[in-house]
Design a protein around this ligand. Structure first.
Ligand code: ADP
Length: 640
């Protein structure tokens, strides 16, 4: 095959353009990215060679070399990992093949509009391409261990690249960065021993393969006094001790965080690091992280949960999903246990008892740490919950509520009580004697929910109300049914027991009896749009509201279900609608008057009342034009 000139995929071009022209201050991260790619490539080779040592062909000392050519201003990264063949190079280096690429690019576009392009580089690392921040030309030479032919790839990051066969015997990858001249020559610093030493220490210290560079030392001559002799020496820049094997007491938080960011390609420090050393029946070490934010693809179907599996420091599997329960699928980390065999297969893992015990322990520990965080540091916990609360809530109703009893302690909501999020336990402890239920209001956001007419009386009574603003909230609560023996109750549900006294109840009944005809007429006109009309005990300044029946689903659930794709047993389900009218409102007096003086207008009044109630609940009107016309008619009449 001869030399081919190819275009980068459109998305890649876009990304490259961004990277090449960036003035990102942390351009040094390119080294972390390339070293981590080299380390991954060696991991893969090492893993294959465990069962088949002859594929190493004698080249068995795994290493990553940094070769500094100060004259030509070229920094080369060389590894003896798995390498790539022609097709690998085209698909890995010519395109963005990452699962989150779509999300990434949409984020990229968004950030472009806000002109904070630079931060996105840090957030995503952008892998191999980050090297174009410091190089104006990259030459990559690689040979896959099982392929005869080596490949040379070259690009100036300008939209095209060339690819051609080349002669090379050794397996692995060599990446030559032709460093870009910049104003202060800061790119050339990446050729200095000291700079590389500093960067490797900072980002790649725990890489399990030696990162080597050759240095020149001047020593007093052993033969001639006063003379100096130049000697070359290969030095190792990293300590290579896996962090998880170090003594917990000697590890600083910073180290845990650096390791996380390096290993799991995150730019933001994790919320929490959990280091577990278990001894006894099952011995293992685990390093588990709770990230600060969800990765781009977290809520897409491409996301794969799991933590890495090691045995005696040797990597064996990337995303072992058996170790992570669905409701904690945001955790990252690794487990190292001497009890696993190196060539354990995914099928065997599923039935492995050791693994099940470890999984159970990790689950318990994460639960405990989250509870602790909730109690000790509410602010950080709230951050966590905003990012991953949906997963916890879904965990409550998934698996038929199997995990609800533990997960309910991790719930946190905003409430009318304060600006801080509250736990259910705290809510329950604040409930006054005469409050029977845990009240909540479901809606788009706190602001609109707190303006709902149904909230008025609760505010008056001083009853605390939880704000449910996630669509899954009510589904989770319906699974819980109660907390601490107290049932949940939506403020938009009928029969909210507000602890009213007997005389008030009697009075309302009498009023209903008095106005029976009027209420019946309204119901008759509205037909099966509503199940009943009644006078309200919960309204103060508002004239009407809708409440839902106690048995069925709520208004918010109806909205969620109507937006769900596909047919499910719950599709098309509607909440029962009960129209409540405020008997103490002036409008009610007008209604009474109308029914006596011009009964022909009562139907329009009923329609308008019902439409208002729908709008307040956030429902779309079936016929907005008709609503507007009726409104107009009424306004004209009023001005006559
Ligand atoms: P990421 O590492 O996040 O997947 P990169 O753009 O850094 O993204 O790399 C893309 C792919 O190219 C890698 O997933 C890997 O398959 C391949 N690759 C990169 N560097 C090497 C290397 N040194 N040896 C072998 N394969 C590599």
């Amino acid at each position: 095959m001869t030399k081919e000139v190819k275009n980068f995929q459109t998305e890649t071009k876009e990304l490259l353009n961004l990277v090449t022209h960036s003035i990102y201050t942390h351009k040094e991260i390119f080294l972390r990215e390339l070293i981590s790619n080299a380390s991954d490539a060696i991991d893969k080779m090492r893993f294959l060679s465990l069962t088949n040592p002859e594929i190493l062909e004698g080249d068995e000392k795994f290493k990553i070399e940094l070769i500094r050519d100060e004259k030509k201003k070229i920094l080369t990264l060389k590894d003896n990992g798995i390498g790539m063949n022609h097709d690998d190079v085209v698909s890995n280096i010519g395109t963005i093949a990452k699962s989150g690429s779509k999300a990434f690019l949409s984020q990229l576009k968004k950030s472009k509009e806000q002109s904070d392009e630079v931060d996105i580089i840090g957030q995503f690392g952008v892998g191999f391409y980050s090297a174009f921040m410091v190089a104006d030309k990259i030459t990559l030479i690689t040979k896959r261990y099982d392929d005869e032919n080596a490949v040379k790839w070259e690009s100036k990051g300008d939209g095209t690249y060339t690819i051609e066969p080349i002669d090379r015997k050794a397996r692995g990858t060599e990446i030559m960065l032709h460093l870009k001249k910049d104003e202060d020559d800061s790119n050339y610093e990446f050729l200095s021993e000291y700079k590389l030493r500093e960067l490797v220490k900072k980002y790649s210290d725990y890489i399990r393969y030696p990162i080597l560079t050759t240095v020149e030392r001047e020593e007093p001559s052993s033969t001639k006094d006063g003379d100096v002799e130049k000697t070359k020496e290969e030095i190792t820049l990293n300590s290579m001790i896996p962090l998880w094997k170090k003594n917990k007491n000697n590890i600083e938080e910073k180290e845990y965080n650096e390791f996380y960011m390096n290993k799991f390609h995150d730019w933001i420090e994790p919320l929490k690091a959990i280091h577990i050393k278990a001894e006894g029946n099952v011995e293992y070490t685990a390093l588990i992280y709770i990230p600060s934010r969800a990765p781009m693809d977290f809520y897409s179907k491409d996301f794969e949960k799991g933590i890495q599996l090691y045995t005696k420091n040797v990597f064996i599997m990337d995303k072992c999903k058996e170790l992570v329960p669905e409701h904690f699928r945001f955790i990252k980390g690794l487990v190292d246990s001497a009890d696993f065999s190196l060539n354990i297969s995914r099928e065997i893992l599923q039935q492995d008892r050791q693994l099940q015990i470890i999984a159970k322990n990790i689950e318990k520990r994460v639960q405990k740490e989250l509870e602790k965080l909730m109690n000790d540091d509410r602010e950080t916990y709230s951050k966590f919950f905003k990012e991953f609360g949906v997963i916890i809530k879904a965990g409550i109703y998934e698996n038929f509520g199997l995990h609800k009893d533990t997960l309910k302690n991790l719930l946190a909501f905003y409430s009318t009580h304060s600006d801080k999020m509250t736990s259910l336990e705290e809510y329950a402890s604040r409930m006054p004697e005469d409050q029977k239920y845990i009240y909540y209001v479901a809606g788009e956001n706190k602001e609109s929910s707190s303006k709902l007419p149904q909230m008025e009386v609760l505010k008056d009574k001083g009853f605390e109300v939880l704000f449910f603003t996630d669509r899954v909230d009510e589904f989770a609560i319906k699974t819980l049914v109660e907390f601490d023996g107290k049932e949940f109750k939506s403020v938009t549900e009928e029969d909210i027991d507000l602890g009213e006294n007997e005389t008030d109840k009697k009075l309302l009944e009498e009023k209903e009896e008095e106005n029976k005809d009027l209420l019946e007429k309204i119901k008759e006109h509205l037909g099966n749009k509503i199940s009943s009309v009644r006078l309200s005990k919960r309204l103060k300044t508002s004239a009407v509201c809708l409440v839902s029946g106690e048995a069925g689903i709520s208004f918010e659930m109806e909205k969620v279900l109507s937006e769900m794709p596909g047919e499910t047993p719950m599709s098309g389900m509607k909440a029962e609608r009960i129209l409540e009218i405020n008997p103490d409102h002036e409008l009610f007096q007008s209604l009474k008057k109308i029914s006596e003086t011009s009964p022909e207008d009562l139907d329009d009044f009923a329609d308008l009342l019902y439409s208002q109630a729908l709008l307040i609940e956030g429902f779309a009107l079936e016929n907005p034009v008709e609503f507007a016309n009726k409104m107009a008619k009424l306004m004209i009449k009023a001005s006559k």
